[in-house]
Each structure stands twice: as structure tokens, then as C-alpha cells.
Design a protein around this ligand. Structure first.
Ligand code: UT7
Length: 332
């Protein structure tokens, strides 16, 4: 869906993020699989990832991130109309993890649901939330992206285990009464390419109760090369489409926050869109790829570090399993 907005209606009033507390370094991974700090750094840009301690679940990270967003905005949980969570690693098969977050936050006036769009999940959630506020159906919506990817990573597969980390990022969207807010959103998907980045086990196709299913089927499979090729092309397209719909050019953007999947993808986009270094936010070295959590985590960090401020124009673009992609331009 492509949206094209004359006037912002929903804006981000607060953000927050939380990560796993255990730091998994490249040196740690060298002891687990045949890899090297040099390979991981040059091919991905990743130095460390944050992994949760045993017993910590996705909703725990979400509640922490949401509380920060609510505190920043001075909004209490009972004012929330919807909780929308992008995740593929929820606490349980059902209920939705958004429902568990509702209970933990005591946000009893909220309608809650999860969005399954892999790395694009948070930006998909943003499009849904912005549309609900635009339609007059809601005033305050928590949009979260969160993953405990360590729960579905095969730590014997060097092609994937060096990539992923755990985290959650949240944004509180409220009705805007000035020029701050969403200028465009854009989402898309292509299910023909699902097989390139997939976790087949645990659903009705390969249910957990069938013991003949190999354990690897319950972890992430990725054809890295192929995914990389599509990621560069599609993220470029997504970023440019969000700009076009907002009638902006790259020079109007104060900060570009791409999904943090691989530094080489980010560098390629930076070059193509002609963004200078200081206008592209990168934190992949610290967190690895946290899927749907990556953009809201980066946004919160960019605010905390003073890299972005109120009134700045931000462009975000995501790409992930499905394939799915999504982008948005907004004035902070
Ligand atoms: O977030 C959702 C979207 N995800 C992405 O956008 C990720 C896209 N893909 C990528 O980021 C990259 O493809 C990877 C980082 C996953 C892999 O990098 P690559 O440059 O595409 O490497 P490759 O898969 O082509 O592998 C090159 C070589 C292979 O060895 P041979 O066959 O040439 O002998 C691999 O076996 O590197 C080997 N290799 C490794 N070596 C050391 C693969 N993983 C590792 C490793 N350490 N961890």
C-alpha cells in the first residue's frame, strides 16, 4: 500500500528500547563455530550482540521499552487505545504477545495484536497505527518491534549465528496538532521469495509435536547471498518511495535510519542515496541484526545521543523475511 499525506496526523511522542544483557562478542563466536572476528567484521559490520538471560521473554523487553516511551510522553497505560507488536518470536504461539504486554502494563483500554512481517514488523505497525489515528479510530498507540532471535538461532550454523541479537524498541504514536508526524508510509511484500529466509518449524506445516522434524527446521535458514542481493535493491526502492510520497528529496532528510542487517547494505544505500556519513545512523556493531527491533532501537539511541532532535525529518526503511519491506518519512 502506498500512502501520500498532505498533513501529518500522527506523531511519535515517546520512544524506548531494551536489549538482552549478555554480550556475545565475535571472540565468543570464534569459540563456538569456525569463524573469525575479521570475517564477521568485514562481511557484516557486527562486533557484538545482546542476548537475553534464560527466563527473559519478548514481552519483558517490550514492557521495559514501552514504559520509557510512556514516561517520555507523560502518558499513562490506561490511555492507550492499541498495542501493536511486530515480532516473529513472541512469548507463545498464542495469545498474542501484545496481549501479554497489555496485562503487564495494565493497559486495559487497549486493543492488542501482533504483526508478523519479520524485520519490517515495526514499520508495518507504524503504517497501521498511523492509519488508525488518521481514520479517527484511535488517539494513542504503542508500536513495538521486538525479537528474541537467540530463541530460534542455530548456534552451530556459522552462516546465521553470527548475525542476530535480542532486543525491543517502542514508539508511542499520538494525534499531532502541529507539523510533526508521518509524512508518508509505504509497505510491500513478495511471498514467492519466502524460501530464501525462513523458519519452517513450529506451525501447522511442521508442527513441534512431530518428532521426525529435524531440529534445524525450528531455527532460521537464510540464503545470505540471495537475500543480500534483493535487500539492497528493495530497500533502495522502499526508501525512495517513502521520499517520493512525502514529496521530499534525500537532501531534505536529517537522518536516515535503515534496518540494521549488514553494514555493506547500509553503505550501498548511503552511496546510492548520496547521504553523508553523519546523516545515516548505524548501531549494528553493538546489537547485530535484531529484526523488527532494529529501527525503533536505533531511533531511540539517535535521540538519546542527540543525533536527532524535535522537528528533524527522519527516513526509515526495512526489509525482511517474506519478503516484506516498509518505509516511512516523518518529522520528529
Ligand atoms: O534482516 C533481514 C535481511 N537480512 C539480510 O539482509 C542479510 C543479507 N545477507 C548478508 O548479510 C550476507 O549475505 C551474509 C553476512 C549473511 C553472508 O555474507 P556473504 O558475503 O554473502 O558470504 P557468503 O554467504 O557468500 O559466504 C562466503 C564464504 C563461504 O565460504 P566459501 O563457500 O566461499 O568457501 C561461507 O561458507 O564465507 C563463508 N562463511 C563464513 N566464514 C567465516 C559464511 N559465514 C561465515 C562465518 N565465518 N560466520
Amino acid at each position: 500500500m502506498i500512502h501520500d499525506f498532505d498533513r501529518p496526523v500522527a506523531r511519535i511522542a515517546g520512544t524506548g528500547h531494551a536489549t538482552g544483557t549478555r554480550i556475545l562478542t565475535n571472540a565468543d563466536l570464534e569459540k563456538m563455530v569456525e569463524t573469525s572476528d575479521e570475517w564477521i567484521t568485514t562481511r557484516t559490520g557486527i562486533k557484538e550482540r545482546r542476548i537475553v538471560e534464560n527466563g527473559v521473554v519478548t514481552s519483558d523487553l517490550c514492557v521495559d521499552a514501552c514504559q520509557q516511551a510512556l514516561d517520555e510522553a507523560g502518558v499513562s497505560p490506561h490511555e492507550i487505545d492499541y498495542i501493536v507488536l511486530g515480532t516473529v518470536t513472541g512469548d507463545m504461539k498464542f495469545p498474542s504477545t501484545a496481549t501479554i504486554i497489555q496485562s503487564k502494563l495494565k493497559a486495559y483500554n487497549a486493543t492488542t495484536f501482533d504483526v508478523s512481517a519479520a524485520c519490517s514488523g515495526w514499520v508495518y505497525g507504524i503504517e497501521i497505527a498511523d492509519s488508525l489515528i488518521r481514520a479517527g479510530r484511535a488517539d494513542k498507540i504503542l508500536v513495538i518491534g521486538a525479537e528474541i532471535l537467540s530463541s530460534m538461532t542455530n548456534y552451530n550454523d556459522r552462516k546465521t549465528c553470527v548475525l542476530f541479537g535480542d532486543g525491543a524498541g517502542a514508539a508511542l504514536l499520538v494525534r499531532s496538532n502541529d507539523d510533526r508526524g508521518f509524512l508518508s508510509t509505504y509497505t510491500g511484500s513478495n511471498g514467492d521469495l519466502a524460501h530464501l529466509l525462513i523458519c519452517e518449524g513450529g506451525g501447522s506445516y511442521k508442527p513441534g509435536k512431530n518428532r521426525d522434524i529435524p531440529s534445524e527446521d525450528f531455527t532460521i535458514y537464510m540464503n545470505g547471498n540471495e537475500v543480500f542481493r534483493h535487500a539492497v535493491r528493495i530497500m533502495d526502492h522502499a526508501a525512495l518511495t517513502a521520499l517520493e510520497k512525502a514529496r521530499l528529496s534525500p537532501e531534505d532528510v536529517d537522518m536516515f535510519i535503515p534496518h540494521q542487517a549488514n553494514i555493506r547494505i547500509i553503505e550501498a544505500m548511503k552511496k546510492r542515496l548520496k547521504f553523508p556519513d553523519e546523516k545515516v545512523f548505524v548501531n549494528i556493531q553493538k546489537y547485530g541484526n535484531t529484526s523488527s527491533a532494529s529501527i525503533p532501537t536505533a531511533l531511540d539511541e539517535a535521540k538519546n545521543q542527540g543525533r536527532v532532535k524535535e522537528g528533524d525529518v527522519i527516513l526509515v526503511a526495512a526489509f525482511g523475511g517474506g519478503f516484506t519491506w516498509a518505509s516511512a518519512a516523518f518529522r520528529l
